[in-house]
Design a protein around this ligand. Structure first.
Ligand SMILES: Nc1nc2c(ncn2[C@@H]2O[C@H](COP(=O)(O)OP(=O)(O)OP(=O)(O)O)[C@@H](O)[C@H]2O)c(=O)[nH]1
Ligand SMILES: [Mg+2]
Length: 429
């Protein structure tokens, strides 16, 4: 797996992965988490030389792992020629400083690693701006680690050394840059809002899910287009929107950045303009990699992230993807556990018709079907029907037009108000 990004010409950073897991986490799960960290490391262009797990009540406040483990890390780093220690949690400035001092290796925490991947993958102007903002916000509190160290050495009042004023300068520059980036994002936001308004009454469907679940592949399969999909984490960073039709319903399908456990909150914040697509949609397709052993974990992470974003009241379909990789026994078991889910293979075009039926059903839930006679003279006044409703039948009956159509409830009210003012129509059915 992932050979395609191996490149023997590039000297890869050699990494040692480290995680602490508490009594509530079974060891196999902790190992799965480390495997994911390995994938992240790989995506960032590093090579995992070894992994270290420590079972502890809590991570140590000053060194994350215990002191014995820290000595072991130092020894391993020396023996195995390690450049970087990568930790599966976010570390405090103090922890980073102490671990670096104790092991003489470079230290990177989980958010730092994810941000690094995001930075290397950002292609569009919006994604680049969002990533830079998240990076600076991540950096800002971590700047303190240099000067707390200095001022502690000197102690007490009057310790404003050169170290600190340098930091103060950096800090002001970073603050300024953050403000500029926020302005830029504000403008991007406004542009996107205008674009979204221009889309009129289409049904907006968003693909969400854990990274690498197959969202982009599903987007391609449903809309028969080509969006970048690859076996790497965070292949998609910005949202893409495609228009297509299911049974006469206009659909706007959007694909967006994947979620991951412990996704830094700042990052979600800075991806606001990308994720607005999700906030404003009508239906969520929650894509899950069915071939993973951690499906429920993934589902929980995605649901928690959506909740964080205040998106928890949408209609949604749970879509288990990659069923081509499962034996029938496993599929039966999943169907039993998730009776409402739809099972597909985006890559092999399996189950897509069933998924589309499900989407149609959710769309039509809000629609009512009506037959009305509208006097031809008044017909122009309700021309919006042709945009907003699905016209099923149109007949001329004398001077009237008899229309059978399905329409959503707010539009039906609008129609009725218009017709009242026109004192015109007569409901047939
Ligand atoms: N076997 C199998 N592989 C699939 C299927 N759907 C997607 N994949 C593979 O899974 C990997 C990830 O697919 P993407 O579509 O890029 O996943 P994503 O959810 O968009 O990922 P991010 O954008 O990175 O969050 C790719 O290597 C796909 O080829 C499927 O139905 N079966
Ligand atoms: Mg994608």
């Amino acid at each position: 797996m992932f050979e395609e990004i191996r490149n023997s010409d590039i000297v890869q950073e050699r990494a040692l992965l480290v995680a602490v897991y508490g009594p509530g986490t079974p060891r196999v799960q902790a190992e799965e988490y480390l495997d994911e960290l390995e994938l992240l490391t790989y995506t960032a262009g590093g090579v995992t030389v070894d992994k270290v797990l420590q079972n502890r009540m809590h991570p140590d406040a000053s060194t994350y792992v215990g002191s014995g483990k820290l000595r072991e890390l130092k020894r391993m780093a020396g023996e195995k020629n390690i450049d970087t220690l990568i930790f599966d949690d976010d570390l405090s400035p103090t922890q980073i400083r102490n671990i670096e001092k104790g092991t003489k290796a470079k230290v990177l925490d989980r958010s730092g690693l994810i941000l690094d991947i995001f930075a290397s993958r950002a292609k569009t102007a919006a994604a680049k701006t969002q990533v830079e903002l998240a990076q600076l916000q991540y950096l800002l509190p971590r700047l303190t680690r240099f000067w707390t160290h200095l001022s502690r050495q000197q102690g007490g009042i009057g310790t404003r050394g050169p170290g600190e004023s340098q930091i103060e300068m950096d800090r002001r520059m970073i603050d300024k840059r953050i403000a500029t980036l926020k302005d830029k994002l504000e403008k991007i936001d406004q542009q996107r809002q205008t674009q979204r308004k221009g889309r009129s009454k289409k049904n907006r469907v968003s693909l969400v899910g854990y990274t690498n679940a197959g969202k982009s592949t599903l987007m391609n399969a449903l809309t028969e287009t080509e969006v970048l999909a690859e076996n790497r984490l965070f292949a998609t960073l910005d949202s893409t929107v495609r228009q297509y039709e299911i049974e006469n319903h206009d659909i706007l399908l959007s694909d967006t950045v994947g979620f991951i456990r412990k996704l830094p909150h700042d990052l979600i914040e800075s991806f606001k303009s990308t994720l607005d697509e999700v906030r404003e949609c009508d239906i969520l397709l929650h894509v899950v990699d069915a071939s993973s052993r951690m499906t429920q974990d993934y589902i929980d992470v995605v649901e928690d992230t959506l909740e964080d974003m205040d998106v928890d009241d949408k209609k949604s379909v749970l879509v288990f993807n990659k069923v081509d990789l499962l034996d029938s026994h496993k599929i039966t078991e999943l169907k039993h556990r998730y009776p409402d889910a739809v099972f597909v293979s985006a890559e092999r075009n399996i189950g897509l018709a069933k998924l589309e039926d499900e989407i149609t059903e959710l769309i039509e839930e809000d629609y009512v079907t009506k037959t009305m006679k509208i006097p031809a003279a008044k017909y122009e006044g309700v021309a919006f029907l042709h945009r907003e409703a699905n016209i099923i039948e149109k007949k001329y009956v004398g001077a009237d037009v008899e229309l059978t159509f399905s329409i959503d409830k707010p539009d039906l009210m609008r129609l009725e108000t218009l017709l009242d003012n026109n004192d015109a129509a007569e409901s047939v059915a």
